[in-house]
Design a protein around this ligand. Structure first.
Ligand SMILES: *[C@@H]1O[C@H](CO)[C@@H](O)[C@H](O)[C@H]1NC(C)=O
Ligand SMILES: *[C@@H]1O[C@H](CO)[C@@H](O)[C@H](O)[C@H]1NC(C)=O
Ligand SMILES: *[C@@H]1O[C@H](CO)[C@@H](O)[C@H](O)[C@H]1NC(C)=O
Ligand SMILES: *[C@@H]1O[C@H](CO)[C@@H](O)[C@H](O)[C@H]1NC(C)=O
Ligand SMILES: *[C@@H]1O[C@H](CO)[C@@H](O)[C@H](O)[C@H]1NC(C)=O
Ligand SMILES: *[C@@H]1O[C@H](CO)[C@@H](O)[C@H](O)[C@H]1NC(C)=O
Ligand SMILES: *[C@@H]1O[C@H](CO)[C@@H](O)[C@H](O)[C@H]1NC(C)=O
Length: 914
């Protein structure tokens, strides 16, 4: 439900249970009933939308209506006094909506008149969270002299003054001011009056500066939550470490072994820097939960603890991104650990299987992104049935997986061993892990066939990532029984066989990636998914009519598909496609006019097929397109001048974002699977965060858009964010005739234009001097005449330019970028004069491709977040061939392939129209 921290939750529940247990109920006091009704009428004025039923319907003024039975009210049944008022979320916000927002419209509750509570003389607990309260009347407050628990999270109390002010409540033990947008810094003064406080939550605000030293005076503190602020103290925080001494503290000088110990520290996600020695907290004998994480990796935790042995027995430990590098010695004597997250450090050595062995209740272990090496050695003889989540991804684990993996960890929900060097076969014992939801073994050296036990028994699997290994054999066997899969990634293996045809399988699927395998057969009619990646296989036959419903990305390039784009393919089912890649197949026929209905298209790649007929004007209706490749086909007729209506980069620059897991897996769906975890009192609410931290948010993008496009004579791969900035039109290697349309000069955001190898005639339009962003323009191998317009010297980004093999005449420009082009740009135009000398060439060849540089700037890599570079590895230059096209072996090969295909096309044509 709402974000109540576990310890607070317990306090709250205990209070409520205790107070409701006592029998012999006494009816409520008339005075308090009046107070409640007053409160209701006040609240009615405040809430955003009070339909008659929305607000406190049981609070009605009728005789004999006992207010102790009203909703949100709890009385002490001995005295009949109201002791708990649970008035959170009065304007009925959506609890599960984490992007909680207060409405600022007229009437929104903003002012809390504490005097309204003055009738409740014995009020002990008051929950006012989620109410958008902006101000609290100060005088009234002190009347709540019995109040022990006050929850004010998710309001708009932005001034940190409120902390000191609430501290003056004489009985207060638990105060929650999280999620209030508090700004500014805390002073020592603010914490002066808090001697009795046991739980203080100031997390999720924007508090900055240092943590006041006075924090050390909170001698009764059991739990301190300061996470998600902008505190920037250097660690060790002076006051915080004194809390140890304060176990003997000034207020209870005789109680050396009193109950007043710090049990819970959560100061994660701040901007702490400096170094901090773990041994400085070793003496906190009651410490059970430690959560520390530095946002920018500036924190250095020294876990080289010498001979010291911690006095605590921790239950939960998170030290993420803390630059820890020494051994885990400090955990050797721990045996009550439940959750351990040591991700993103520099820990090395063997996989600490002893952690599992010593801590029989360990449920969650995250060692992601460290330097653990050696085998994944799970030396246990008996099953670790508590273990639910194991993440050792991004380490240097090698060798084979334990044969008994599934028997040792039978209750795993989540196993992530991706990005290691694990080899050998996947043991068939994985079939024993029947609760697996997520199995990520991608980017290893695993080989052999996928055991049938996995696809038969692990029916709960929602995500299976086996991509980038050496698996072979058919994946979809007769045993295949996985019908809950949302994300299936098998790419870059050597899988064979054909795709499954079961409709049940395609129902829930979101990402289906079988790219770069040896799969064959037809594409089934049932195929579905948001992202469908079938490229680089040997699929054949026609594009099916039925499938692809609701797809966003379809890549079936580099296969052996043939026949036309079926006209039965309904535009409705494809209406949300943004990327359609049919390149490098044997597709033929006209482009159907219905293509104009695919309004969502951003990228359309039809190159290297056998399409013929004219380029339909309907393509101009695809206004959002930024990249269009029709090259290497047999299109005839002229270039439609309406192509100038297409965006080619002028539209939004935030379309192609990497897709993460959470997008497809709703919390509600997932939580039931983790029920036993949720009973873990220490992390009821942050468990989900734990999963997210471990799997989703830190760079596990399940799909990053990726497109190859020929720019500057090289086939470049554009990935992720960079696609938002790339725009190009490739019409090369067709049979296009007529003039180049003047109107194309309107494509002012276009980066790459290629019309080479056609039969275009007429002049190069002067309007092309408006293509202000253009970097690459290739008009070679046509019949263009006239001169190279001198206005083109204004194209400041033009890096590659070719008009070779045309009929151009006159003097070539030599200013601006044109001073850098060599003779190969102009070859085969006998009437051109003022050509650059031959010796320019070597200079051009050595010029680094400017796209790479410019592209760097488009996505600033945040040096601190380790995974940023992994997240958006946006421009990988796959094949960079130098600038001279005709001496290049790849291009020769491509060219001969093209010729071959064209022969094939003409054969088909003659077959179809005998
Ligand atoms: C109810 O009130 C009585 C009398 O003040 C007190 O002794 C008792 O502890 C209260 N009960 C609870 C559960 O607080
Ligand atoms: C107010 O709430 C009622 C019932 O919840 C709803 O039908 C109505 O549309 C809401 N009005 C506004 C303005 O949101
Ligand atoms: C949460 O609320 C915001 C604002 O009302 C809305 O835009 C968003 O879609 C909601 N998110 C969910 C998950 O319901
Ligand atoms: C606060 O509430 C009390 C009691 O209902 C009322 O007398 C007083 O005027 C209120 N003060 C403000 C500022 O609304
Ligand atoms: C935990 O494991 C380590 C390494 O095997 C061992 O030295 C230590 O004694 C174990 N602790 C307990 C309490 O078993
Ligand atoms: C798969 O499930 C069947 C039936 O529940 C069971 O008998 C078999 O042992 C399981 N296979 C493995 C490898 O655990
Ligand atoms: C291009 O058109 C010419 C005739 O205009 C034809 O002979 C040739 O085969 C065509 N080439 C292709 C690849 O379609």
């Amino acid at each position: 439900m709402n974000e109540m921290h576990p310890l607070k939750l317990i306090i709250w529940l205990n209070l409520v249970i205790l107070l409701t247990q006592i029998d012999g109920r006494k009816a409520c006091y008339e005075e308090e009933k009046k107070g409640l009704l007053e409160l209701k009428s006040y609240l009615k004025l405040q809430v955003v939308n009070d339909s008659e039923h929305a607000l406190l319907p049981s609070w009605v003024d009728e005789p004999n209506n006992d207010c102790c039975g009203w909703e949100r009210v709890t009385c002490n049944s001995t005295t009949g006094r109201v002791v708990v008022l649970s008035l959170s979320n009065m304007p009925e916000y959506d609890f599960l909506n984490t992007s909680f927002q207060c409405f600022d419209g007229a009437g929104s509750s903003s002012y809390l008149n504490i005097s309204l509570f003055q009738s409740f003389k014995e009020l002990k607990a008051l929950n006012l969270s989620y109410n958008c309260i902006k101000q609290i009347e100060k005088q009234g407050l002190l009347r709540l002299h019995q109040l022990e628990t006050l929850y004010l999270s998710f309001n708009r109390l932005t001034s940190p003054d409120i902390v000191g002010f609430l501290g003056s409540l004489p009985s207060l033990k638990s105060l929650d001011l999280s999620f209030n947008g508090m700004r500014g810094s805390l002073s020592n003064h603010d914490l002066i009056a808090f001697g009795r406080l046991e739980v203080l939550d100031l997390s999720h605000n924007q508090l900055e500066g240092g943590i006041p030293q006075n924090i050390g005076k909170l001698s009764s503190l059991k739990a301190l939550y300061l996470a998600y602020n902008q505190f920037n103290s250097s660690l060790p925080i002076p006051g915080l470490c004194e809390l140890r001494r304060l176990q003997v503290g000034p207020f209870t000088p005789n109680s050396i072994r009193s109950q007043k110990f710090l049990q819970f520290i959560d100061i994660s996600n701040n901007y702490f820097e400096g170094s901090f020695s773990l041994s400085s907290i070793f003496n906190h004998s009651k410490l059970e939960v430690v959560v520390l994480e530095s946002r920018e990796g500036k924190l250095q935790i020294d876990n080289n603890d010498g001979a010291g042995i911690p006095l605590f027995q921790l239950k939960a430990l998170r030290l993420s991104q803390c630059n820890m590098k020494n051994s885990l010695r400090f955990l050797l004597n721990q045996h009550r650990l439940i959750r351990v997250d040591l991700s993103h450090n520099k820990l090395s050595g063997a996989f600490p299987s002893w952690l599992l062995e010593n801590n029989t209740d360990l449920r969650f272990l995250n060692l992601r992104n460290n330097s653990f090496s050696g085998k994944l050695d799970l030396a246990q003889q008996y099953p670790r049935s508590s273990m639910g989540h194991l993440d050792v991804s991004y380490n240097h684990i090698e060798g084979h997986l334990p044969k008994d993996l599934g028997l040792i960890l039978p209750k795993l929900h989540c196993l992530n061993l991706s990005h290691n060097s694990i080899e050998g076969e996947l043991p068939s014992s994985v079939g024993a892990m029947k609760k697996l939801l997520l199995l990520d073994l991608s980017f290893n050296n695993l080989s052999g066939e996928v055991p049938k036990e996995l696809v038969k028994n692990c029916t709960e699997l929602h995500g299976l990532m086996l991509n980038n290994n050496n698996f072979h054999g058919p994946f979809f066997s007769n045993h295949f029984n996985l019908s809950n899969i949302r994300v299936l990634k098998l790419g870059s293996n050597e899988f064979t066989g054909s795709l499954i045809t079961k409709k049940e399988f395609y129902g829930p699927i979101k990402i289906l990636d079988v790219s770069s395998n040896n799969m064959d057969g037809m594409i089934p009619n049932e195929i579905a998914g948001e992202v469908i990646l079938l490229q680089n296989n040997s699929f054949e036959g026609q594009i099916p009519c039925g499938g692809f419903f609701g797809a966003d990305v379809i890549d079936i390039s580099h296969n052996f598909l043939s026949g036309p784009i079926p006209s039965c393919l309904s535009p409705e089912s494809l209406s949300s496609v943004s990327l359609l890649n049919l390149r490098d197949n044997r597709l033929s026929g006209n482009i159907p006019a219905q293509i104009g209905l695919l309004h969502g298209l951003r990228i359309l790649l039809l190159g290297n097929n056998c399409f013929n007929g004219s380029i339909p004007g309907q393509l101009c209706q695809l206004r959002n397109i930024s990249i269009m490749d029709l090259s290497n086909n047999s299109f005839t007729g002229s270039i439609p001048s309406c192509l100038s209506n297409v965006a080619f980069g002028t539209y939004s620059h935030d379309f192609f974002v990497p897709s993460t897991f959470s997008y497809w897996f709703s919390q509600e769906e997932f939580i039931p699977y983790f029920e036993d975890f949720r009973q873990d009192i220490y992390d009821a609410s942050s468990f989900w965060n734990g999963v997210q931290f471990s799997y989703f948010s830190q760079g596990t993008n399940l799909y990053v858009h990726k497109v190859d496009f020929v720019t500057k004579n090289s086939l470049l791969t554009y990935k992720g964010d960079i696609l938002n900035y790339m725009s190009g039109l490739d019409l090369s290697c067709n049979n296009l005739t007529g003039d180049m349309p003047q109107s194309l000069g309107k494509l002012t955001s276009l980066y790459a234009l290629n019309v080479s190898h056609n039969h275009l005639t007429g002049p190069i339009p002067v309007s092309f001097s408006n293509l202000s962003q253009i970097e690459s323009m290739d008009c070679s191998y046509n019949n263009l005449c006239g001169k190279v317009p001198p206005e083109l010297v204004h194209l400041n980004f033009l890096a590659v330019f070719s008009v070779a093999h045309n009929n151009l005449s006159g003097r070539v420009p030599d200013k601006g970028q044109f001073a850098t082009f060599d003779i190969s740009s102009y070859k085969g135009n006998p009437f051109l004069s003022g050509l650059p000398s031959e010796k320019n060439r070597s200079r051009v060849v050595e010029t680094p491709l400017p796209t790479e540089e410019t592209e760097e700037k488009w996505y600033e890599v945040d040096g601190t977040s380790f995974f940023a570079s992994f997240v958006v590895t946006y421009c990988v230059v796959l094949l960079s061939f130098g600038a001279v096209l005709y001496i290049n072996p790849y291009w020769r090969r491509r060219w001969s392939h093209f010729i071959e295909k064209c022969i094939l096309c003409s054969l088909q044509v003659s077959y179809q129209f005998p």
